[in-house]
Design a protein around this ligand. Structure first.
Ligand SMILES: [Zn+2]
Length: 510
């Protein structure tokens, strides 16, 4: 028994010693356990190696370590080791990677990038930024273009309504006002819309103002003309017309005669030049053409010609409106006739004004806007001959429009008696002297006309009617032998005739 106990005691020591030993071995093994081992190429590298180096060497390690740390493990151990080529010396250390460190890496991914990776990343970032910038730029360009289009559309809608309005305009002055409005709108928009490069430029505000103003003005012309048309269709006006009818009938011939004269006068002024019926053509196809009214006797010229014409208007009037030398003799005759006709029309205008005064008592309840805006149209509708001031003051006009219609300049030479006389003399000087006898070259100036009327005591040589008997009688100076048949402008060949007798004589000759 004692033996057994003694034996047991002996073995207990052995067993305890054995267990202790096993425990020690397990402890040593578990203490020495690492999750990964990295070999480095120098002993110095062992010191400098850290968890950043570990992930930098192989980026995939981060996932592996992360997975491992997701389990029970709280620390991931990596042994860094250097063994010399001969195996004689070695050095090592263990780095511990915790979730904190993983997070740090994840927050700063550039830490574990190679220099090439960094370079690539920077390049990619740069390209992305460039693309974004380009996209923004393109977007801005499209927005700007859209804005420009919308402004061209605004302008076009005004031009559309102006084109429609033109056909129904009653007031003559409004015709040219509309032309000017559209020309100004065109000049200030056609190129400038394209030139604005900034979405928020103040120029847009200015354009808005201009467009709104023009639209308002066009609208105003439209409603003014509608109002006036309405009046002419009203019973009020019909009544006035009826009242004046008998009176007008007695003057119908006179009015017709004067109207014909006024109309024919423009044929005495040389050739009419009409070019560029629609000057407002836009090379960008954005702005629709506007049917501009070209005033008679307008020459549209280049900037060089314009400058020369300004310095020497008479030469350029001859060049542009009297282009053919062979028709000079005929044109000279017409110009001579013109001087007399203009004078006659001026006198007729005064007589018509006198008639108008006589009619005032019948013109009841005529709205103010009629007398203000369409006096001529009103009287014309009653049957009066209208001698527009523009008929009496005909002008030769030179205009120059710069490319794209940005700027327009013009000047006019009014054909007053002195200018017409100068023109006649210049044309004659260009012809050989023989073709004109001295007597033929005499001109029927207003001075001469006055003299003949005085000589004939303001009495018609045919019917003996006079301004004493009929204060509103229109008297004219007649060539006894017409100029066309070689008659001269000399006292002996001139006589005073009333307009009726002159008209009759004229129709007999024709
Ligand atoms: Zn007479």
């Amino acid at each position: 028994m004692e033996y057994i106990i003694g034996l047991l005691l002996d073995y207990t020591f052995v067993l305890v010693g054995l267990f202790f030993l096993i425990g020690l071995i397990i402890l040593i093994v578990s203490l020495g356990h690492v999750d990964d081992i990295v070999r480095v190429k120098s002993s110095r590298a062992v010191y400098s190696y850290d968890y950043v180096s570990y992930f930098k060497d192989d980026n995939n390690r981060i996932y592996r370590v992360e997975n491992a740390l997701n389990g029970k493990k709280k620390v991931y151990k990596v042994k860094i080791r250097y063994i010399s080529p001969a195996g004689r010396s070695s050095r090592s250390k263990v780095i511990k990677i915790t979730p904190d460190k993983i997070n740090h890496i994840k927050e700063n991914p550039t830490l574990i990038m190679s220099s090439q990776q960094l370079k690539d990343q920077k390049k990619a970032e740069k390209e992305l930024a460039k693309k974004e910038k380009e996209a923004l730029k393109e977007q801005a360009r499209l927005m700007l273009e859209e804005k420009q289009h919308s402004y061209y559309e605004k302008v076009n809608s005004i031009i559309d309504s102006a084109n429609n309005l033109k056909s129904i305009i009653v007031i003559k002055e409004d015709q040219s006002e509309l032309d000017n409005l559209i020309a100004a709108l065109f000049d200030r928009t056609v190129n400038s819309i394209k030139k604005i490069k900034d979405m928020n430029s103040d120029e847009w505000i200015m354009l808005d103002k201009l467009i709104a103003n023009t639209a308002d003005n066009v609208q105003e012309i439209d409603s003014r003309n509608k109002k006036i048309t309405d009046y002419y269709n009203s019973s009020d006006f019909m009544q006035i017309k009826d009242t004046c009818k008998n009176l007008m009938d007695s003057q119908r011939d006179f009015n017709e005669y004067i109207e014909e004269k006024a109309e024919s006068i423009s044929t005495l002024f040389g050739s009419r030049i009409i070019r560029n019926e629609t000057v407002n053509q836009d090379k960008y196809d954005y702005i629709r053409p506007y049917k501009k009214t070209i005033s008679p006797f307008t020459a549209e010229v280049s900037s060089t010609v314009f400058a020369s014409a300004e310095n020497n208007p008479m030469d350029y009037i001859i060049k542009y409106f009297y282009p053919s030398k062979t028709s000079y003799p005929e044109q000279i005759q017409k110009l001579k006739l013109l001087i007399g006709e203009l004078e006659t029309l001026r006198e007729a205008k005064q007589i018509i004004e006198n008639y108008k005064k006589e009619y005032q008592q019948y013109l009841t309840d005529v709205p103010d806007y009629i007398t203000k805006y369409d006096e001529d149209g009103f009287y014309a509708r009653l049957g009066f001959a209208i001698i527009n001031e523009s008929v009496l003051t005909v002008e030769y006009k030179f205009t120059y429009t710069s490319n794209g219609g940005l700027a327009q300049r013009s000047f006019s030479v009014p054909m007053i008696e002195d200018t017409i006389i100068e023109l006649i003399e210049r044309l004659e000087s260009k012809l050989s002297m023989d073709s004109f006898k001295t007597e033929q070259r005499a001109l029927m100036t207003s001075k001469l006309r006055k003299h003949i009327k005085e000589r004939d005591n303001y009495t018609c040589r045919y019917c003996e009617n006079s301004t004493y008997k009929e204060p509103n009688l229109l008297l004219e100076i007649d060539h006894i032998i017409p100029i066309a048949k070689g008659g001269c402008t000399i006292e002996e060949n001139l006589q005073t005739l009333c307009w009726k007798c002159n008209r009759e004589k004229g129709s007999k000759i024709v």
